[in-house]
Design a protein around this ligand. Structure first.
Ligand code: FVH
Length: 290
């Protein structure tokens, strides 16, 4: 089967990993980066170094962009916009759903097909079975280039709204960010006395959190069903536990602001007459408190 020529604009940590994966998969790969020396290793492996963004775009029917942010992306592509006509632009730069929709409108006005993407990988896991990349926007370019995009990681198409990939990307990253905040909070608590080491504690934390993730599909089903939730817990029990987390944090000399806020929210629910903690209730309250 023939391979598609691909251009990669932006050779930071992630862009270099993407270009490397495309070369490994046998694609003719053209690259451009502001700091040209970052292309040296790729060129040594067979990539073509373009002198300008326009030259890079003209080299391939498919251009992947992976830059710092959307402002940089627009500033670099605008002078080369004429070259995009009739080609496909896949923007893998991290951004918001609104930015993704605006970028799609910008590209379509210039005659380009557009897909927005979110890379759910770190550079070292690109092109491994762990990696997946979210795409949304026009279906036709996704179908046309899916086989090529699979070289980066499993390609998951989420729908016609160009903003959906960014929305899911940031939602997934938000879960990761809060998880790591929780991890470091827990480590600060557990190492507050002389007995605890972060390493020993983490040996307990990883299986505990791994077990707890198994509950998420049931919570998700409750959120989707709109019916009587299957998973419920007494609000008084949850409140008592979170109060203790706040107290124990303070006693250990660790900031408790997240838990104090949580206690205040739970107390408000109790004062309003709620008696159970359910997935749909938590999501509803999050949606209305913004
Ligand atoms: N690295 C990661 O683990 C994450 C994984 C998930 C996806 N993100 C997103 O990928 C985008 C790029 O991230 P990165 O890790 O490659 O970032 P850097 O290594 O810092 O490379 C940044 C590239 O952007 C270029 N650049 C920055 N400012 C300008 C500018 N004013 N004009 C032209 N290019 C610019 C930079 O060029 P240079 O500094 O090498 O000349 C790099 O090519 C990002 O959206 C992540 O959120 C990565």
């Amino acid at each position: 089967m023939g391979t598609t020529a691909v251009t990669v604009i932006g050779l930071g940590e992630m862009g270099r990993a993407l270009a490397d994966a495309l070369l490994t998969a046998g694609h003719s790969t053209t690259v451009w980066n502001r700091s040209a020396a970052k292309a040296d290793d790729l060129v040594a492996r067979g990539a073509v170094r373009a002198a300008t963004v326009e030259e890079a775009v003209l080299a391939s029917p498919l251009t992947l962009v992976c830059l710092l942010d959307y402002d940089v992306t627009t500033a670099l592509l605008e002078p080369a916009a004429g070259a995009l006509r009739g080609r496909t632009l896949v923007n893998l730069t991290n951004g918001t759903p609104t930015q993704a929709r605006e970028a799609e409108a910008w590209a379509v006005q210039r005659g380009a097909a557009y897909l927005d993407g979110g890379i759910m990988a770190i550079p070292s896991t690109v092109a491994t079975p762990q990696a997946f990349v979210l795409y949304s926007g026009q279906k036709a370019p996704f179908d046309a280039h899916q086989a090529t995009l699979e070289a980066l990681g499993a390609a998951k198409y989420l729908g016609a709204d160009a903003g959906t990939a960014a929305l899911y990307d940031l939602a997934l990253l938000s879960a990761m960010h809060v998880m790591f905040d929780g991890f470091f909070h827990a480590v600060a608590m557990a190492t507050s006395n002389e007995e605890g080491t972060a390493t020993g504690f983490t040996e307990l934390l990883v299986p505990w959190l791994t077990n707890m993730t198994q509950v998420m599909p049931a919570f998700a089903a409750d959120v989707d069903s709109g019916g009587e939730p299957a998973l419920t817990q007494g609000l008084d029990v949850v409140l008592a536990g979170v109060r203790n987390m706040a107290r124990a944090s303070r006693d250990a000399g660790v900031r408790a602001d997240y838990f104090e806020q949580s206690v205040a929210d739970l107390e408000k629910q109790v004062a309003e007459g709620a008696t159970v903690y359910t997935g749909p209730d938590v999501v509803r309250r999050l949606r209305t408190s913004g």
